[in-house]
Design a protein around this ligand. Structure first.
Ligand code: FES
Length: 175
């Protein structure tokens, strides 16, 4: 008589002896129970994922924004211009026209490289040839000296616009 309440107060005997939580056991054993548990877990994960995504998105944006401008500036400051071509493509006393870049690169003297815009200052035709020490416009016959881009033959009355290039090894780069 007195033993039963004492054992119950311990709590050990009823839990170990009796089947634990009949409802839960039944639920776990049935597909319905599994799916319900799965739903609960899924909902929990979704909540965590949503929270993480919200936080992560903010962090990512901040990091990307922070990194984007310094790297962009570094790229510009580094003079990482586009490679135009090789010095071997430019004949001494002549030049080569890079149509896509709208630049003509010339070598007035051995090892001396200069570049100009291909746009003729007369009526803005693109020059199309380098010959006889001049850069020549096909539209009205203007010619420009390869040494400095100045007018060698009218009707142009202004020089070709000079462009900045750098020579790195045997590569000609846009500055
Ligand atoms: S546009 Fe070049 S000479 Fe007229």
């Amino acid at each position: 008589m007195a033993q039963a309440p004492a054992a119950r107060t311990d709590g050990s005997e009823p839990e170990s002896g009796a089947p634990p939580a009949p409802e839960e056991a039944a639920a776990a054993g049935t597909p319905e129970g599994k799916s319900r548990r799965g739903l609960l877990i899924g909902a929990g994960l979704a909540g965590v994922a949503g929270f993480a995504a919200a936080c992560g998105g903010g962090d990512d944006e901040g990091a990307a924004g922070g990194e984007a401008s310094p790297s962009g500036n570094a790229g510009n400051a580094g003079g990482g211009g586009k490679a135009l071509g090789s010095t071997s493509e430019i004949p001494v006393g002549g030049g080569k026209i890079f149509e896509a870049e709208k630049i003509v690169v010339v070598q007035p003297a051995q090892g001396q490289f200069k570049a100009y815009s291909t746009i003729c200052p007369h009526r803005r035709c693109p020059v199309d040839a380098v010959a006889g020490g001049t850069i020549n416009c096909p539209c009205h016959g203007s010619k420009f000296k390869i040494a400095d881009g100045s007018v060698a033959n009218p009707p142009a009355d202004k020089p070709l616009e000079e462009k900045q290039i750098t020579v790195q090894g045997d590569k000609i780069m846009l500055a």
